[in-house]
Design a protein. Structure first.
Length: 175
Protein backbone atom coordinates (compact mmCIF):
# COMPACT_ATOMS: atom_id res chain seq x y z
CA UNK A 1 0.00 0.00 0.00
CA UNK A 2 1.37 3.41 -1.02
CA UNK A 3 1.49 5.98 1.77
CA UNK A 4 2.44 9.64 2.07
CA UNK A 5 3.88 11.76 4.83
CA UNK A 6 2.23 15.11 5.49
CA UNK A 7 5.11 16.95 3.77
CA UNK A 8 5.14 14.67 0.73
CA UNK A 9 1.37 14.94 0.29
CA UNK A 10 1.47 18.70 0.72
CA UNK A 11 4.23 19.09 -1.88
CA UNK A 12 2.29 16.97 -4.34
CA UNK A 13 -0.62 19.44 -4.23
CA UNK A 14 1.31 22.63 -3.56
CA UNK A 15 -0.10 22.89 -0.03
CA UNK A 16 1.69 23.77 3.15
CA UNK A 17 1.96 21.46 6.13
CA UNK A 18 -0.14 23.95 8.13
CA UNK A 19 -2.92 23.75 5.53
CA UNK A 20 -3.09 19.98 5.90
CA UNK A 21 -3.02 20.31 9.69
CA UNK A 22 -5.92 22.77 9.41
CA UNK A 23 -7.87 20.38 7.16
CA UNK A 24 -7.32 17.70 9.79
CA UNK A 25 -8.47 19.99 12.62
CA UNK A 26 -11.79 20.75 10.86
CA UNK A 27 -12.32 17.13 9.82
CA UNK A 28 -11.96 17.79 6.09
CA UNK A 29 -8.97 15.48 5.60
CA UNK A 30 -7.67 13.30 8.37
CA UNK A 31 -4.89 10.77 7.85
CA UNK A 32 -6.01 7.17 7.81
CA UNK A 33 -2.97 5.99 9.74
CA UNK A 34 -0.81 7.22 12.62
CA UNK A 35 2.70 5.87 13.04
CA UNK A 36 4.07 4.56 16.34
CA UNK A 37 5.51 8.03 16.91
CA UNK A 38 2.06 9.55 16.13
CA UNK A 39 3.10 10.90 12.70
CA UNK A 40 0.31 11.40 10.19
CA UNK A 41 0.40 8.87 7.36
CA UNK A 42 -1.92 9.37 4.39
CA UNK A 43 -3.12 6.57 2.14
CA UNK A 44 -3.93 6.61 -1.55
CA UNK A 45 -7.58 7.09 -0.60
CA UNK A 46 -6.61 10.16 1.45
CA UNK A 47 -4.62 11.47 -1.52
CA UNK A 48 -7.66 11.07 -3.79
CA UNK A 49 -9.84 12.89 -1.27
CA UNK A 50 -7.33 15.74 -1.17
CA UNK A 51 -7.34 15.83 -4.97
CA UNK A 52 -11.12 16.37 -4.88
CA UNK A 53 -10.76 19.01 -2.17
CA UNK A 54 -8.25 20.91 -4.33
CA UNK A 55 -10.48 20.71 -7.40
CA UNK A 56 -13.47 22.07 -5.46
CA UNK A 57 -11.31 24.74 -3.82
CA UNK A 58 -10.06 25.84 -7.26
CA UNK A 59 -13.72 26.19 -8.27
CA UNK A 60 -14.07 28.75 -5.47
CA UNK A 61 -16.14 26.63 -3.12
CA UNK A 62 -15.84 27.41 0.60
CA UNK A 63 -14.40 24.63 2.79
CA UNK A 64 -17.77 24.03 4.50
CA UNK A 65 -19.40 23.37 1.12
CA UNK A 66 -16.48 21.15 0.09
CA UNK A 67 -17.00 19.14 3.25
CA UNK A 68 -20.68 18.73 2.33
CA UNK A 69 -19.84 17.78 -1.28
CA UNK A 70 -17.59 14.98 -0.09
CA UNK A 71 -20.34 13.38 1.95
CA UNK A 72 -23.64 13.97 0.13
CA UNK A 73 -25.67 12.02 -2.38
CA UNK A 74 -25.28 12.65 -6.10
CA UNK A 75 -28.55 14.62 -6.18
CA UNK A 76 -27.36 16.97 -3.42
CA UNK A 77 -23.92 17.16 -5.05
CA UNK A 78 -25.49 18.40 -8.29
CA UNK A 79 -27.69 20.89 -6.44
CA UNK A 80 -24.69 22.35 -4.57
CA UNK A 81 -22.68 22.73 -7.78
CA UNK A 82 -25.63 24.26 -9.65
CA UNK A 83 -26.09 26.74 -6.83
CA UNK A 84 -22.39 27.64 -6.92
CA UNK A 85 -22.55 28.05 -10.72
CA UNK A 86 -25.45 30.46 -10.27
CA UNK A 87 -23.47 32.46 -7.69
CA UNK A 88 -20.50 32.64 -10.08
CA UNK A 89 -22.75 33.78 -12.95
CA UNK A 90 -24.13 36.56 -10.75
CA UNK A 91 -20.59 37.64 -9.85
CA UNK A 92 -19.56 37.66 -13.51
CA UNK A 93 -22.62 39.74 -14.37
CA UNK A 94 -21.75 42.23 -11.64
CA UNK A 95 -18.10 42.43 -12.69
CA UNK A 96 -19.05 42.94 -16.35
CA UNK A 97 -21.31 45.83 -15.35
CA UNK A 98 -18.48 47.30 -13.30
CA UNK A 99 -16.11 47.00 -16.27
CA UNK A 100 -18.54 48.81 -18.55
CA UNK A 101 -19.14 51.53 -15.98
CA UNK A 102 -15.41 52.15 -15.64
CA UNK A 103 -14.88 52.18 -19.41
CA UNK A 104 -17.79 54.61 -19.83
CA UNK A 105 -16.38 56.88 -17.15
CA UNK A 106 -12.94 56.93 -18.70
CA UNK A 107 -14.17 57.14 -22.30
CA UNK A 108 -10.75 56.30 -23.64
CA UNK A 109 -10.77 54.19 -26.78
CA UNK A 110 -7.25 52.98 -25.92
CA UNK A 111 -8.53 51.56 -22.60
CA UNK A 112 -11.55 49.94 -24.23
CA UNK A 113 -9.34 48.20 -26.80
CA UNK A 114 -7.11 46.65 -24.13
CA UNK A 115 -9.69 45.89 -21.44
CA UNK A 116 -11.14 42.75 -22.99
CA UNK A 117 -14.52 44.45 -22.90
CA UNK A 118 -16.56 44.71 -26.07
CA UNK A 119 -19.47 47.10 -26.18
CA UNK A 120 -22.64 46.97 -28.25
CA UNK A 121 -21.44 49.50 -30.83
CA UNK A 122 -18.17 47.67 -31.47
CA UNK A 123 -20.04 44.39 -31.90
CA UNK A 124 -22.55 45.92 -34.33
CA UNK A 125 -19.67 47.48 -36.32
CA UNK A 126 -17.97 44.08 -36.60
CA UNK A 127 -21.17 42.40 -37.77
CA UNK A 128 -21.87 45.14 -40.34
CA UNK A 129 -18.27 45.03 -41.58
CA UNK A 130 -18.70 41.28 -42.13
CA UNK A 131 -21.68 42.01 -44.40
CA UNK A 132 -24.60 41.52 -42.02
CA UNK A 133 -27.65 43.77 -42.11
CA UNK A 134 -30.35 44.17 -39.43
CA UNK A 135 -32.22 41.10 -40.68
CA UNK A 136 -29.05 38.97 -40.57
CA UNK A 137 -28.29 40.20 -37.04
CA UNK A 138 -31.80 39.31 -35.91
CA UNK A 139 -31.37 35.82 -37.40
CA UNK A 140 -28.00 35.51 -35.63
CA UNK A 141 -29.59 36.42 -32.27
CA UNK A 142 -32.51 34.08 -32.98
CA UNK A 143 -30.19 31.11 -33.54
CA UNK A 144 -28.06 31.99 -30.51
CA UNK A 145 -31.19 32.22 -28.33
CA UNK A 146 -32.55 28.94 -29.70
CA UNK A 147 -29.33 26.94 -29.30
CA UNK A 148 -28.08 28.34 -26.00
CA UNK A 149 -30.41 30.75 -24.18
CA UNK A 150 -28.19 31.18 -21.11
CA UNK A 151 -25.06 31.76 -23.18
CA UNK A 152 -26.98 34.27 -25.30
CA UNK A 153 -28.06 36.09 -22.15
CA UNK A 154 -24.50 36.06 -20.79
CA UNK A 155 -23.19 37.41 -24.10
CA UNK A 156 -25.68 40.28 -24.06
CA UNK A 157 -24.69 41.07 -20.47
CA UNK A 158 -21.02 41.08 -21.51
CA UNK A 159 -21.82 43.83 -24.02
CA UNK A 160 -22.92 46.03 -21.14
CA UNK A 161 -26.59 46.07 -22.10
CA UNK A 162 -29.16 46.98 -19.48
CA UNK A 163 -31.54 44.26 -18.28
CA UNK A 164 -34.49 45.90 -20.05
CA UNK A 165 -32.71 45.94 -23.43
CA UNK A 166 -31.63 42.31 -22.95
CA UNK A 167 -35.23 41.33 -22.22
CA UNK A 168 -36.43 43.09 -25.40
CA UNK A 169 -33.79 41.39 -27.59
CA UNK A 170 -34.46 37.95 -26.14
CA UNK A 171 -38.24 38.33 -26.33
CA UNK A 172 -38.00 39.44 -29.97
CA UNK A 173 -35.92 36.37 -30.80
CA UNK A 174 -38.08 33.84 -28.99
CA UNK A 175 -41.16 34.58 -31.10
Amino acid sequence: MKTYSINKLGRQFGLSRSTLLYYDSIGLLSPSIRSEKNYRIYTESDRERLQHICIYRDMGLPLKEIQMLLSVSEKSFIRILENHLSVLSDRIHTIRKQQHTIVNLLKEKRLTEHSGVMDKQTWISILKASGMDEKDMDKWHEEFEKQSPQSHHDFLVSLGLEDEEIAVIRKKQSK
